[in-house]
Ligand binder design. Structure first.
Ligand code: ZN
Length: 154
């Protein structure tokens, strides 16, 4: 999580006014940690107001600070898994030889038919077709590696 500029100033202030955090306010605390923090409540700003903070043990604090963005990223990575290369797929299938894991086949089928892959393919085909319509001079002008015109303007 990105810490705001006044992060340490506010924490200093809260410690000097209210002392060190010494207990966990999470009613479901599993008592996994013996050290405690002043934790900013979600949706609150770093301000000199003790009501914006609560005391949590390290363990609960870590869970609590999982930001919305982290949650969204997690969700996104589940919704749009990266396409897996043939090599990786081979490795994975070798490693689970003899195991029954019936959903994996469907999983790979689903990610390889992702519409964005199709769109990307189409885009490249269109570009290739457009280039093929150009004269050699135009091609050099637009896509040539040794494009003098671009070199001069850069
Ligand atoms: Zn706790």
């Amino acid at each position: 999580m990105k810490k705001p500029k006044n992060y340490s100033a506010i924490h200093c202030w809260i410690r000097s006014h209210y002392g060190k955090a010494n207990h966990c306010e999470n009613p479901n605390c599993k008592h996994l940690s013996n050290s405690y923090d002043w934790a900013l409540k979600q949706g609150y700003q770093y301000e000199r107001d003790v009501n914006n903070f609560m005391q949590l043990c390290h363990s609960c604090h870590k869970n609590y600070d999982m930001t919305d963005q982290t949650r969204i990223n997690l969700w996104l990575s589940k919704q749009f898994p990266k396409p897996v290369s043939l090599e990786t797929r081979q490795k994975m299938s070798n490693s689970r030889k003899g195991k029954t894991w019936p959903s994996m086949g469907d999983y790979f089928k689903s990610i390889n038919s992702l519409p964005r892959l199709e769109a990307h393919k189409k885009q490249r085909e269109t570009l290739r077709y457009n280039i093929s319509l150009l004269t050699p001079e135009e091609r050099k002008e637009k896509y040539g590696r040794h494009n003098k015109k671009n070199k001069n303007t850069l």
